[in-house]
Ligand binder design. Sequence first.
Ligand code: ZN
Length: 69
Amino acid sequence: MRPPPMHYTCRACGWSKTVAPLSDALGPGDFYSACPKCRHTPLEAQRAAASAALGDWGQSVERLWKSLR
Ligand SMILES: [Zn+2]
């Protein structure tokens, strides 16, 4: 099972990044415990919408799925 994409935001400098891990084996680049720009901690982390992370590809799959039903 893939972990959900996470959206990280730094309140101090405005840095933000959406991280969508490709597998459940998390690498060092897939997780942020402090802001990489200003070292502010903690970061705000919230679950990003899967469709936003997948973009157009996710929308096409959704359309295909609806046409099959
Ligand atoms: Zn920051």
